[in-house]
Design a protein around this ligand. Structure first.
Ligand code: NDP
Ligand code: GDP
Length: 339
């Protein structure tokens, strides 16, 4: 079996490429060139894994490039993960978010349609489509009410996939995945920002963690579990859309509490809103809030109802909240210790 992964240098690409190689796939990755020629999370893979990935340099906004690759490789599966994936950035850079996430997804769909119609495609949609959901928990029937340029771009992607699937009878599936994190999550995302900050404070560094909305409620799982779900979607009999999450809700504040508890520290919260601070038992300021880190619109109250994925695909998240926080904090402590 042969698979192409767009966005292979991101968090999910790191876990998916390992999963596919372990299943005996020939794995091809699409990678954007950058001036330092660094390869993102591919650089973090063990050498014996990295050497087996075939890299094609190119950008998903280039349809000719994608058509050529699809024509040449005719993969059995394509996992379309590449995106401008940071919600906060999308408010400042809506145009480029739309260009990559909408234009890029259209290009991938067109390239499959014209050059490799037997390829099965996975599209990385998101729980952000739910915005401020009108029901809890959320499943495939919950209305989409996007509240950021990122979410709008992913909604366009999801509908492009649905339309191509129905109009041209292509095997294209949408994963409506809730937040999933890991030890290789980008440092701008709140979970990794917290795990790295707690590791630094544990090492005796004194700068407090500065965060935005501590009350946002998310459903956080472990990325390694979710890439297995992506793979299962493409092994299913028919193309379809699936929600995947843990079914647990936690606030950003809960994540901070749990992360400090991993290093044996307690956080005492005082104040509210932008005046809230988290103090140690010795009254040292561990966490502060900055208005600048609030988003113009928040999307939260997330909790996944992944019944369909469980019943149809046999998918189940293995790592839940506490274990996720522990593995992220311990990994960042280990990284600091080895510097
Ligand atoms: P990352 O941000 O870690 O990875 C995104 C990848 O896309 C990177 O490899 C990036 O390359 C690549 N990319 C961005 N723009 C382009 C472009 N124009 N051409 C080629 N490659 C490009 O995201 P994740 O791995 O966390 O997520 C994977 C997908 O799943 C994304 O589409 C994301 O939106 C979606 N998703 C993620 C969730 C999560 O919680 N992680 C939840 C739901 C959906 P580079 O290294 O050069 O920047
Ligand atoms: P997202 O859910 O894909 O937007 O993932 P993020 O990790 O970027 O954000 C998760 C939640 O954390 C959002 O509700 C943010 O508003 C909230 N948040 C609070 N403080 C911060 C922060 O300092 N950085 C980020 N990235 N998010 C924060």
């Amino acid at each position: 079996m042969k698979a192409i992964v767009t966005g292979i240098s991101g968090q999910d690409g790191y876990f998916l490429s390992q999963l596919l190689l372990s299943k005996g796939y020939e794995v091809h990755g699409i990678l954007r060139r950058n001036s330092s020629m660094s390869q993102g999370t591919i650089d973090l893979l063990p050498l014996d894994v990295r050497k087996d990935i075939i890299i094609h340099y190119g950008d998903i906004t280039d349809e000719n490039f994608l058509s050529k690759i699809l024509k040449e490789e005719k993969p059995d599966e394509l996992y379309h993960l590449a995106a401008q994936s940071f919600v906060g950035y999308s408010f400042e850079n809506a145009q480029s978010t739309y260009d990559v996430n909408i234009g890029g997804t259209l290009n991938v769909c067109n390239a499959i349609r014209s050059s490799s119609p037997d390829t099965r495609m996975y599209f990385a949609a998101t729980s952000e489509l739910f915005g401020k959901p009108i029901e809890t928990p959320q499943n495939e029937k919950t209305p989409f009410l996007p509240r950021s340029p990122y979410a709008i771009s992913k909604l366009a992607g999801l509908w492009t996939v649905r339309t191509y699937r129905d109009a041209y009878k292509l095997f294209m599936s949408n994963g409506i995945l809730f937040n999933h994190e890991s030890e290789v999550r980008g440092p701008e995302f709140v979970t990794r920002k917290i795990s790295m900050g707690v590791a630094r404070l544990h090492q005796g560094l004194t700068e407090p963690l500065i965060l935005g909305n501590l009350s946002a409620v998310k459903d956080w799982g472990y990325a390694k579990d979710y890439v297995e779900g992506m793979w299962k979607m493409l092994q299913y009999d028919i193309p379809d859309d699936f929600v995947m999450g843990t079914g647990e809700s936690h606030t950003v504040r809960d994540f901070v509490d749990e992360a400090f508890s991993v290093v044996g520290m307690n956080v005492k919260w005082i104040g509210t809103g932008v005046n809230e601070v988290g103090l140690s038992d010795e009254e040292k300021v561990l966490v502060k809030v900055s208005r600048d880190l609030y988003r113009p619109l928040e999307s939260d109250n997330y909790r996944a109802d992944y019944t369909k994925a469980r019943e149809k695909l046999g998918w189940e998240p293995r790592v839940k909240f506490k274990e996720l926080v522990r593995l992220m904090v311990e990994s960042d402590i280990k990284a600091l210790n080895s510097q």
